[in-house]
Ligand binder design. Sequence first.
Ligand code: GTP
Ligand code: MG
Length: 232
Amino acid sequence: MTTTTRLVEVRTRILKQNDTVARELRADFGRAGVLAVSLVSSPGSGKTMFLEQTLKLLRQRYRVAALVGDLATENDARRLSRADVPVRQIITGTVCHLEAEMVRRALADWSLGDFDLLFIENVGNLVCPATYDLGEGLRAVLFSVTEGEDKPLKYPTIFHTADLAIITKCDLAAAVEFDREAALANIQAVRPGIPVLEVSAKSGQGIDAWLEVLDARYADDRSTGAPPSIDK
Ligand SMILES: Nc1nc2c(ncn2[C@@H]2O[C@H](COP(=O)(O)OP(=O)(O)OP(=O)(O)O)[C@@H](O)[C@H]2O)c(=O)[nH]1
Ligand SMILES: [Mg+2]
């Protein structure tokens, strides 16, 4: 067996194991009536700032909690804790994405029944998180105006696995001469029909529309009573 063949086999096995745990997590979320929402993006696209604002606004109406993954530091958990909701940091060490088992371990001593919405901020990376299902019911890919309009074309897989695209830092759009039409066209080219929100955590632009998406999705899951069914 060549080294390449062996690497492919090991990788396939890891992904299969991840899918099994993710399916179990999805069923757990469904049974507990929890909407799990994951945020993926490249490093520094604004996941934590956006999530902090989201948690502060949602906690008035929902029981919310958050997990956040990084290779190192508890910085993001500290920032999210300012929203005064349960937050837990997952340190991945050398691993460039969250895996379903990491999520399960992080949730082990929390009771899912205590929450309505659980947010999972993935490690900042536009490649690795794409292939790891975390059992989430909604996956949002963030993409900031400072990154270049071609990113959806260069990193299509992460857009394929997302349910929603969020263009962030729109307050900076003019300063960086962001070509909005090109960015929207590129997103639609790789993932036709995906809903797109345009937001700024700094100015508050688009946050209401985001909260409406979450409200609608939460209500939808409640009315069907079924576990969220999106398999990545
Ligand atoms: N102007 C502006 N700056 C923002 C906005 N959102 C985030 N930032 C800034 O962008 C930088 C990165 O934001 P973070 O929220 O840490 O980004 P992140 O995606 O969580 O980063 P990682 O977790 O390291 O991948 C910080 O300096 C933020 O203050 C925004 O809407 N507008
Ligand atoms: Mg962050």
